[in-house]
Design a protein around this ligand. Structure first.
Ligand SMILES: Nc1ncnc2c1ncn2[C@@H]1O[C@H](COP(=O)(O)OP(=O)(O)OP(=O)(O)O)[C@@H](O)[C@H]1O
Ligand SMILES: [Mg+2]
Ligand SMILES: [Zn+2]
Length: 249
């Protein structure tokens, strides 16, 4: 963005471009449009009366928000509802995930449980994608990786507490593979804090679980089984990857 801005200024100074909304060409082949709203600065001032709390405050321009959203979508796995084959064993989960994606869900938590390869992660990511298309950015967190990221924050500039806070407050959180983490006391405490916060504030959360709820500590299991808050959907069937059936729960 800075490079874009300084190049645009060069052109303006040289008198080659007179208007802010004209296209600046870095090379004859690749014209790069300058945002007409912010002129490439990335910020805009809201038009509000003097004395308003936002008077004189810079806000990220729409073009920046759009770029952030695009980057977020590019980092999500390419799993969509369109690419999901609904059938007799997964159609309830498909319907519940679609309702969540479209904001028609009655309960803020969706728990997708089932054996490996039945499509739990696929549906959870599809929820994030639909919400992103509607402008809401959530978070996709594979629980063991999330814990490693939190642990890496200890003593860092963006601390473990700040990282956890961002996860607690995020409007839509996918916790993929809950229960796959190494069950240390620290990990258990973090997961409890995260789930308890989101439980208390009824924040939209999709959890995928490979295995049985009975393996969780009582306090976590009790929240996951709260009928007022959670919809638990078991996806039966065989693995889409291998066709294998792993039996047991
Ligand atoms: N019904 C389906 N239609 C299309 N693709 C599917 C379906 N179910 C699963 N898949 C694909 O199969 C692969 C495994 O699915 P996914 O990762 O969602 O399984 P999972 O239930 O999360 O398994 P695990 O417990 O091992 O994480 C993915 O590539 C996914 O896109
Ligand atoms: Mg998975
Ligand atoms: Zn802009």
């Amino acid at each position: 963005m800075d490079r874009l801005k300084s190049l645009r200024n060069l052109f303006l100074r040289a008198g080659q471009r007179k208007r802010r909304d004209e296209v600046v060409a870095f090379s004859p082949q690749v014209p790069v449009p300058v945002c007409p709203e912010c002129g490439g600065s990335g910020f805009t001032l809201l038009v509000v009366p003097f004395g308003h709390q936002d008077f004189g405050q810079a806000h990220p321009c729409r073009c920046v928000l759009k770029a952030v959203l695009e980057r977020y979508l590019n980092h999500l796995p390419p799993l969509t509802f369109e690419g999901f084959e609904a059938n007799a064993v997964n159609c309830v989960a498909y319907g519940a995930a679609l309702a969540m994606a479209e904001g028609r869900h009655e309960r803020p938590w969706l728990i997708l449980a089932g054996q490996p390869g039945v499509g739990k992660t696929h549906l959870a990511v599809a929820v994030l994608r639909v919400r992103a298309e509607a402008g809401q950015m959530g978070r996709f967190e594979v629980v063991p990786d999330m814990l490693a990221w939190l642990r890496a924050g200890i003593g860092q500039e963006i601390s473990a507490e700040e990282r956890l806070e961002s996860l607690k407050r995020c409007p839509l959180l996918v916790l993929d593979d809950l229960g796959k983490e190494k069950g240390t006391e620290w990990a258990e405490q973090i997961i409890y804090q995260l789930l308890d916060y989101r439980y208390r504030y009824r924040l939209d959360t999709v959890v995928t679980i490979n295995g049985s709820l009975s393996a969780f500590p009582d306090a976590v299991r009790d929240r996951l089984l709260d009928n007022h808050l959670c919809r638990v959907v078991m996806i039966e069937g065989t693995s889409y990857r291998s066709g294998m059936s792993y039996g047991g729960k």
